[in-house]
Structures are given as C-alpha cells and as structure tokens.
Design a protein around this ligand. Structure first.
Ligand code: FRU
Length: 476
C-alpha cells in the first residue's frame, strides 16, 4: 500500500461516514452506492457460494469523478451488503480510474481483470482519442474475495493493434478448453466500434486472437463487450456509442444490446442485426455471469452516460444511480428473454385483494412502494397503467409505450419523456417497482423497459379489461 492508497482509503471512509442516510429515493432491492456516484457493474461472480458485484464508484462526487471499484456481496442477489472499496486508482497505470472489468474464477482464486485508465495533463494537442491517454489491462487476484493483492500490468496500448485509437477497454475473461479468452471493446482510427479477442495459456500473457465487427460500421465505440452462450445461442453483447439518425434519434444517447453470433466467435463468424437488451431510459453497460446452478445472470447500470435530457434528483442528496435488478437471460420459443432472478420470489407475498381479474373498473392501489405486479391474459391489447400518477405504461397505435406525463426536471420523470417498442400483440407484463425505479418485462420477458422515477405519491392505477392481475409486495 502506498501513501496515495492510504489517503484514498481515509477520504473514501470519511465520505461514506458523512453520507446522509435519511434521504428519499434510496432503493430497497437494488444495489446502490453508499455515497456519491455509481456506474457499470464489474467483476460479477459467484465465489465460494457468495455473489459478488463490484461497481464503478466515485464516492467524492455524485456527478462522477475518478473511478474505483466499490464492492458488495449477497447471498441471494436481492439484498446486497457493502464491503468497502476493493480497488483504488493508486498506481501509475490506473491513476485516473480503475475502469470496468470482470471476474474469472478458477481453483478457488478470484482473478479480476480491468482497464487502468490514464488521462494525461490538459494539453491543446491532445484529443484524448488518439493522443493523451492510456488504457492498460490489469490483473489483480484474491483468495478470499475480500482482500486484493498486487496489481499486475498485462497489456498497454502498444500491445493492441496499431489501427486502433487509444480507446480499448473493459476486459471480460472466460475459458474454453485449455485456453483462456479475453474480449475487449475498441474504437478504430476510422471511428468504428469493434471487439478484440485475446487468448492466453496462463491468464497472464495474452496475444491477439480475433477481431469481431459488423459488416457495415456500427457506432464508433463498443464498450463493455460480453460473450456467452445460453440455450444454444451465442450472444455478443456490446454497449455501443455513436449510433445516430433514423430510429436511434428516438432512443438513448448510447445503446446496450446484443448480436447473435453465427459461426465461431474465435474464428469466422457473422453477427446478426443488433437487438436492444432494454428499451427504457436507464440501461447501460450490462455484464453477465453464470451461477453455480447454470443460470446466466445479467446486471446493468440503471443509468445513462452523457445524458443531458434527463437527470436524477438524488444528486442533491449526495448520491446517484443504481444497478438493475439481476435478470436471468434464457431462451424460450427461440427467443432471448429476461426475467428477474427467481430468488426475488422468496421475498414476496401476494397482497390481499391484489389478485383479481379486471373488469371495466380500473384497478387502483395506494401506499405500496416496492412490489412485483404481474398482468396475464391481456385481451385485444387493452392495457394502460399509471404509476405514481406520472409514469404511463400503455399499448397504443401498435406500440408499447413507457412515457411520463410531465418532462420537467422537477417532476417524477426528472426530464424523461417517451420510449417505445413496436409490438403486434401485448400478452402479459411484469412490473418490478422499487422506491425510485421501474422495470417492465413484456411478453414473457421478450422486451424490457427500465427507468428511474421519482414519484410524489406511491400508487398504481390500471385498466386491462378481463386480464388477470397479481400484486405482490416485496419485503426485506
Ligand atoms: C461504460 C464505461 C466503460 C469504462 C467505464 C468508466 O459506462 O465508459 O467503458 O470502463 O464506464 O467508468
């Protein structure tokens, strides 16, 4: 430990001690920072039976700042316990940010791979794309999942292909046969996004193995790539910057979605069209891992970078952002679907009078903030719900919409407007609501919409003629 680490530990602990805990909009079942800012999920894994989630953390400023890795653990992915900061930006190769990365577990050791960010001093001739920064690949290991050892620099920009800019980051590692593979996101000098795949025999020495991109350029940068197989499908996930024009104008500033991989990602392959993981306002940089019982779990950052249109009023209370509720990714009927991890059901109980078949009369319930509401058997696309008097979920004109009635930054939306997906038929939906977030799973999880919201009143009003509704409270 050097003098910088010692000071960062002390300053972080002071910021955490000074954090106000009696503030509105703190979540109940979503991982959130004790103080300050959170962004991407990092190092997700199950290690010796315990779930670990690290997060991009800036404790000193609710609007971002130098990034470190905050650390939480959980026995059920519903309740998370903060364990302190795991990795500080305290070395020459990561001094401006312990950026995103992943965990790989083998022989009872946790291997954490991440990007060490260095942004050189302000100089006019630096554009911070081709000049003025470093992206280093770093490894650190842990035997107990709580204390982390020496940081080892594995690769620097000079080790990446020379036609790339300095933007190469977010390593995710897996093993296939006897070899280890690492995927990283990259931006070429021609401003196109792609994924790099490296291979290694020993987890330490890596060589470039393959480069994966779309036939036509697709965005200028792919952040936080992830590759996994589930239900016989090969999925390449990427958070893409720089999609513009057409339908992208009606979506978020950056996108998170996936390509289906046809062929072998380690060799020749073709990518399908890009599909969004989530159609809501707040979803970025998801990462996945496999549980001991073989489920593929994905967690995203329920936020959006570089977004001027909307905000979060929690900033004035000294904190901002949270993760999405962990989701199982699975294939059913040939379709990739998502649903909240099944562990949630252990914390739920049906509310009396919360289970009924709707008639013409709307369903109305007040005073509950954290709940899981399922609507099945929707007929003729007849569905409209209003949460907290300002968030409307509705099927109309061949679309499913999530929209706020008021886009003022002081209102429940904090500036959010409308998101939608074209949909022929609305069959069912599941709405997972926490104090300041709503996640909606449509048609058996084929489409998902996530948003933060800041309601003045806890209430739901719903019209869905003859549909079955089940309202479950979540108590932890
Ligand atoms: C995505 C991202 C990553 C980077 C991290 C820095 O949100 O930009 O590419 O590693 O956040 O916090």
């Amino acid at each position: 430990m050097n003098a910088l680490t010692r000071d960062l530990i002390r300053l972080t602990e002071n910021a955490e001690k000074a954090a106000r805990t009696d503030v509105r909009f703190r979540q109940k079942i979503h991982l959130q920072p004790p103080v300050g800012w959170l962004n991407d999920p990092n190092g997700l894994c199950q290690f010796n039976g315990v779930y670990h989630a690290f997060f991009q953390y800036s404790p000193f400023n609710a609007e971002g700042g130098v990034k470190m890795w905050g650390h939480c653990t959980s026995k059920d992915m519903v309740e998370w316990e903060y364990q302190g900061t795991a990795l500080y930006p305290d070395q020459p190769f990561d001094c401006h940010g312990v950026y995103s990365g992943s965990a790989f577990i083998e022989d009872s050791v946790m291997y954490l791979y991440y990007t060490g960010n260095v942004k050189l001093e302000d100089r006019e001739d630096y554009d911070y794309v081709n000049t003025g920064r470093e992206a280093n690949t770093i490894l650190v290991t842990s035997k107990d999942g709580i204390t982390f050892g020496h940081k080892q620099e594995l690769m620097k920009n000079a080790d990446y292909p020379s036609d790339l800019t300095l933007h190469v980051r977010d390593p995710k590692v897996w093993k296939d046969g006897e070899l280890y593979y690492m995927i990283q996101g990259a931006r070429t000098k021609e401003d196109t996004g792609q994924a790099l795949i490296f291979r290694s025999k020993d987890r330490i020495n890596w060589i470039l193995h393959n480069r994966v991109s779309t036939k036509e350029p697709f965005g200028y940068m792919w952040e936080c790539p992830d590759y996994f197989e589930t239900g016989g499908r090969k999925i390449l996930s990427a958070s893409v910057q720089g999609l513009a024009g057409g339908v992208w104008e009606e979506r978020n500033v950056y996108q998170s979605g996936y390509f289906l991989v046809d062929g072998d990602i380690l060799d020749e392959c073709r990518l399908s069209e890009y599909r969004l993981w989530d159609y809501g306002f707040d979803y970025y940089a998801p990462q996945s891992f496999e549980t001991g019982d073989g489920r593929r779990i994905q967690i995203g950052w329920m936020g959006m970078p570089d977004c001027e249109e909307y905000t979060n009023p929690t900033i004035k209370d000294g904190w901002q952002h949270c993760f999405t509720f962990p989701r199982e990714i699975f294939v059913e009927g040939g379709t990739i679907r998502q649903c909240p991890v099944r562990e949630l059901e252990e914390s739920e109980y049906p509310l009396q009078n919360g289970q009924k078949q709707l008639g013409k009369e709307p369903f109305h319930i007040e005073g509950y903030e954290v709940y899981d509401l399922t609507v099945r058997g929707i007929r003729e696309n007849c569905f409209r719900a209003v949460l907290g008097e300002e968030l409307v979920l509705e099927y109309r004109d061949g679309r499913f919409e999530m929209r706020f009635t008021d886009q003022d930054k002081e209102s429940a939306s904090a500036g959010r407007g409308l998101r939608y997906v074209d949909l022929e038929q609305l069959e069912d939906l599941r709405i997972l609501t926490d104090i300041s977030s709503v996640e909606v799973f449509i048609n058996g999880g084929e489409y998902v919409f996530s948003t933060r919201y800041y309601p003045k009143k806890a209430c739901v009003r719903m019209e869905a003629d003859k549909a079955d509704i089940c309202f479950k409270l979540i108590q932890i």
